[in-house]
Design a protein around this ligand. Structure first.
Ligand SMILES: *[C@@H]1O[C@H](CO)[C@@H](O)[C@H](O)[C@H]1NC(C)=O
Ligand SMILES: *[C@@H]1O[C@H](CO)[C@@H](O)[C@H](O)[C@H]1NC(C)=O
Ligand SMILES: *[C@@H]1O[C@H](CO)[C@@H](O)[C@H](O)[C@H]1NC(C)=O
Ligand SMILES: *[C@@H]1O[C@H](CO)[C@@H](O)[C@H](O)[C@H]1NC(C)=O
Ligand SMILES: *[C@@H]1O[C@H](CO)[C@@H](O)[C@H](O)[C@H]1NC(C)=O
Ligand SMILES: *[C@@H]1O[C@H](CO)[C@@H](O)[C@H](O)[C@H]1NC(C)=O
Ligand SMILES: *[C@@H]1O[C@H](CO)[C@@H](O)[C@H](O)[C@H]1NC(C)=O
Ligand SMILES: *[C@@H]1O[C@H](CO)[C@@H](O)[C@H](O)[C@H]1NC(C)=O
Ligand SMILES: *[C@@H]1O[C@H](CO)[C@@H](O)[C@H](O)[C@H]1NC(C)=O
Ligand SMILES: *[C@@H]1O[C@H](CO)[C@@H](O)[C@H](O)[C@H]1NC(C)=O
Ligand SMILES: *[C@@H]1O[C@H](CO)[C@@H](O)[C@H](O)[C@H]1NC(C)=O
Ligand SMILES: *[C@@H]1O[C@H](CO)[C@@H](O)[C@H](O)[C@H]1NC(C)=O
Length: 790
């Protein structure tokens, strides 16, 4: 009786493909263990991002599933970031009633009101998030582009009430707090509440979470539901219905003084709160809210969000044959996260005219250029066009392309001017006439030629030395521009690649002189290669490899940094590896890992390391000894660099070494900060079996994790297909024996973007052992120099 339907189900699965990708999206992936993912309700690239905020020390994305308490429900967030907690502006918080039925009987300060939620009540799906607080109040939320909608459902009077039995359950109160996650509120935040309707309007100045300057956000909150009983403002733990307007000081303490407004209702039927958002004015916030969610219709708002997500995820379809559902969850949750950030702020910011595209939360391009933006270039091409136009708006109005940017503010640069890579990648793959490529060229050339006075947050530092010495010296002498004088090795490597990207753009735009010049400077990485440098582990074991990048002084003599310093196996507790002014000459990683960062001239790097065999041994050592850390973006490309040494099989093997071991579709399943969807895109690209070398029109071929994958290009409407013949869901057959492209034998181990736009079909024949497919020099991806020693 039972076995028959189960067999039937299996039979259906055997030939099935994904029908609705949304069923596989789990927004709670990365909600603990430092993933810092935004788990709440949002539209793709939406500005309104509603979720419960917790007081976790890892609440950068607002919500966490680490047992922390809920402090409120706010409307603006970033996703996956490090740095300080981002945004979290304008939290709401509900009470079933106030103790003794007096407003002072409700708890206003954020720290004091923090309360557990019921674990089993937690629900998150595209466009939706809800949970029930310990008080019994259920809070469900959904969003439009600039407006969140929260539905508060209060328990019936028989259900437990908050804290104290003398708390009535028939006169709920909802407060709005002039706060953000990081407690960064500055002077003169304001709020006013309309006595008749309870409408709250106001603004506050906050600090960006990883950058300079500050920004002002405006809101407009409307309440729908039971009749308003009374309303007013609160300061610290005291409230009054006699006062309707508050302007509050920053104060001198480490946290700003709590302040905001509240509204109390005549009965406990559900209350819907609609919060409009703007960077221009409260009036705009009100009118956006009125236009986007005119009738407070929760279901209609949610279903519009669901449709928007379905449209974004549907161009990619995979066969589910034989697969564990967790594989599909890993894949589609990863893809979902690539479209949460950056955020579309077009029309709601000062500075630029209303129709000028403005994207923000490029957080940070050092992370995004490697796979997130290249992934979107395939699946959501026109949004990448908008994002690049957004970067060009930032260039026009703030003088420089962004490297990291959030909340209208300049963020901290981590290494090179990596928007150059993004622009080259798009130029080669999209070549869209909606982008002013001459302006884009002007902007990347400014990065290369003009040193900003303060290169903390834009452009490059040390350009005089770069131009005269052809590397960035350690302890540089730089009196023209100022920034953190570290990272001389990783900056040299990144600037070299940035210049290669610029040379490709120059080439495409017909500027031969510039093309040659930047191609030449793109070889500057070689000037920091010290051929006799050895590397010993902390227990003094010789790694067996000689020849590493090293820092070099202005006088052209070598300085020294242990090649394993700041690696994942660096055991020195005193190592300082980030943006501190006494940090290393490599940013957030080791010389060992950065050794492979010559994405444009792998042929010369392979020769430099002693040929393909030595290169493969070194790459194996990097991964096997866990020198690299897959939870940070510089590791991504190293997984697939075996292709350049003619060993594509080893890339496939290495990809399965990391997935799912280090990337699982569980709340604690990410190896580090998602970084705006960077980790998600690494999973997605690895699983479709085409990994980009970002900034070049190259995808490295490995077998997909599915029997087949279809991807429809939004530009041409054509569908590209990758099919695995001999697919086995236990991933023993992961080695390509032969391949065909549109029916013709194909031996190259890489493919270009026309695969997607022209809707080609790639068929891979799989086996259990490495074959000679893709191993010959003619099969290898492009490289600036010629391959030698193969
Ligand atoms: C969260 O709140 C609890 C209880 O007030 C407190 O002990 C803890 O330090 C808070 N955590 C953070 C990160 O603020
Ligand atoms: C709820 O889940 C969190 C995180 O998994 C856990 O720490 C906490 O103990 C759970 N609470 C209950 C009541 O089960
Ligand atoms: C509630 O009323 C009781 C009895 O009058 C009083 O002792 C208590 O302080 C009141 N609590 C609040 C929060 O007002
Ligand atoms: C959460 O709040 C409850 C009740 O207010 C408190 O007992 C508990 O310590 C808090 N937990 C954390 C992790 O802050
Ligand atoms: C509720 O508050 C009242 C007044 O403060 C107090 O007498 C009573 O013990 C409290 N009850 C509980 C269950 O905490
Ligand atoms: C805040 O407002 C007060 C009173 O209008 C004014 O004196 C002060 O300069 C303002 N602060 C800022 C930072 O604008
Ligand atoms: C891919 O497209 C082909 C042709 O339309 C179709 O037959 C196949 O079922 C699709 N596969 C997937 C996984 O969607
Ligand atoms: C599916 O994968 C998950 C996570 O890797 C694993 O825990 C589970 O046992 C797998 N289920 C089956 C039926 O293989
Ligand atoms: C960004 O917002 C503008 C204004 O609403 C809209 O025209 C544009 O299509 C949006 N772009 C994306 C990629 O969402
Ligand atoms: C971009 O498109 C233009 C016009 O279609 C074409 O002439 C040019 O060669 C293309 N550039 C690249 C790099 O593909
Ligand atoms: C020393 O370190 C290397 C590399 O980490 C390791 O393989 C080896 O087992 C270690 N040897 C000892 C004696 O600990
Ligand atoms: C080069 O400069 C470094 C750092 O100032 C110094 O230690 C070294 O002695 C100099 N070498 C020569 C040859 O001048």
């Amino acid at each position: 009786m039972q076995s028959y339907p189960i067999l039937l189900l299996l039979g259906q699965l055997a030939s099935a493909q994904v029908t609705d990708p949304l069923q596989y999206v789990d927004q709670l992936v990365g909600s603990s263990n430092g993933g810092n993912v935004f788990s709440g309700a949002t539209l793709p690239y939406g500005m309104a991002k509603a979720v419960a905020d917790t007081n976790s020390s890892s609440n950068q994305g607002g919500f966490t599933t680490d047992g922390s308490n809920v402090t409120g429900f706010s409307s603006m967030h970033d996703s996956g970031t490090g740095g300080n907690p981002s945004l979290g502006d304008f939290a709401l918080f509900p009470y079933t009633g106030c103790v003794n039925d007096t407003v002072d009987g409700c708890i206003f300060p954020k720290l004091d009101r923090a309360t557990p939620f019921v674990n089993s009540s937690l629900q998150a799906s595209p466009g939706y998030f809800s949970l029930t607080l310990q008080s019994g109040v259920n809070v469900a939320m959904t969003t439009a582009q600039h407006t969140s909608l929260f539905r508060f459902t209060f328990p019936s009077s028989t259900a437990p009430t908050y804290g104290n039995t003398s708390t009535p359950s028939n006169s709920p109160l909802i407060l709005l707090d002039l706060t953000d996650l990081a407690d960064s509120r500055q002077d003169n935040a304001t709020i006013s509440v309309d006595a008749a309707t309870g409408r709250m309007t106001g603004s506050s100045r906050f600090l960006p979470s990883f950058g300079t300057g500050n920004y002002v956000a405006y809101f407009c909150a409307d309440f729908s539901g039971p009749a308003v009983r009374d309303n007013g403002i609160f300061v610290n733990s005291r409230a009054s219905s006699d006062v309707k307007i508050l302007t509050i000081s920053r104060g001198i303490n480490s946290r700003p003084l709590p302040g905001g407004a509240w509204v109390r209702f005549k009965d406990s039927s559900p209350v819907t709160v609609r919060t409009g958002l703007s960077f221009i004015s409260s009036d705009q916030a009100c009118s956006l809210a009125e236009n986007e969610i005119p009738a407070f219709d929760f279901d209609a708002t949610q279903s519009a969000a669901v449709s928007a997500w379905r449209a974004k995820l549907s161009p990619i379809s995979v066969a589910t044959t034989g697969l564990n559902k967790s594989v599909l969850k890993n894949f589609y949750s990863g893809i979902y996260r690539t479209m949460v950030n950056p955020q579309n702020y077009t029309g709601v910011i000062p500075l630029v005219s209303a129709d000028e595209i403005w994207f923000d939360s490029f957080y940070c391009i050092w992370d995004l250029f490697r796979s997130q933006l290249p992934f979107l270039t395939i699946l959501d091409t026109f949004s990448v066009v908008d994002m690049i136009n957004g970067m060009l708006s930032i260039y026009k109005y703030q003088g420089w392309l962004p490297d990291c940017h959030m909340s209208l503010c300049k963020g901290y640069t981590q290494g090179g001017s990596n928007a150059d890579n993004v622009i080259a990648d798009a130029f080669l793959k999209i070549n869209n006439s909606g982008i002013d490529w001459d302006l884009a060229y002007e902007a990347v050339k400014k990065d290369a030629e003009e040193e900003p006075y303060d290169w903390c947050c834009e452009g490059r530092g040390g350009l005089d030395s770069w131009k005269s010495l052809d590397y960035i010296p350690v302890q540089d002498f730089d009196y023209k521009g100022f920034g953190t004088m570290t990272r001389s090795v990783s900056r040299t490597l990144e600037y070299s690649y940035n210049d290669f990207c610029i040379s490709q753009l120059a080439n495409g735009l017909g500027n031969q002189g510039d093309q040659e010049h930047y191609q030449q400077t793109s070889e500057n990485w070689a000037n920091l290669f010290r051929s006799d440098q050895t590397s010993y582990t902390s227990n003094n074991t010789d790694t067996g490899f000689t020849g590493f990048f090293q820092p070099k002084y202005l006088n052209q003599t070598w300085a020294f940094q242990d090649p394993l310093h700041c690696s994942n196996i660096d055991t020195d507790p005193n190592s300082i590896c980030s943006l501190q002014n006494n940090a290393a000459e490599t940013f957030e990683s080791s010389i060992w890992e950065y050794s492979f960062f010559v994405p444009h001239d792998q042929a010369r790097l392979i020769s430099t390391f002693g040929g393909p065999k030595a290169f493969v041994r070194r790459l194996d050592y990097l991964h096997d000894q866990k020198i690299t850390y897959i939870g940070n973006e510089p590791a991504f490309l190293t997984v697939f660099q075996y292709h350049y040494a003619g060993r594509p099989a080893l890339s496939a093997k290495r990809s399965h070494f990391y997935i799912p071991q280090y990337f699982q579709p569980t709340p604690d399943g990410l190896p580090g900060n998602d970084d705006s969807g960077a980790m998600g895109s690494f999973v997605a690209f690895s699983m479709i079996g085409l990994f980009p070398n970002p900034g070049q029109d190259v995808y490295l071929i490995t077998p997909p994790y599915f029997a087949s994958v279809n991807i429809t290009s939004p530009v041409t409407g054509k569908t590209a297909c990758i099919r695995n013949v001999g697919f086995d869901a236990s991933y023993q057959n992961i080695y390509i024996q032969k391949a065909t492209l549109n029916g013709e034998p194909y031996t190259k181990n890489w493919i270009d973007h026309s695969f997607f736009t022209e809707g080609k079909e790639l068929v891979l024949y799989l086996g259990r052992n490495e074959s000679s497919w893709g191993t010959h020099v003619a099969d290898l991806p492009p490289s600036l120099s010629a391959y030698q020693g193969f």
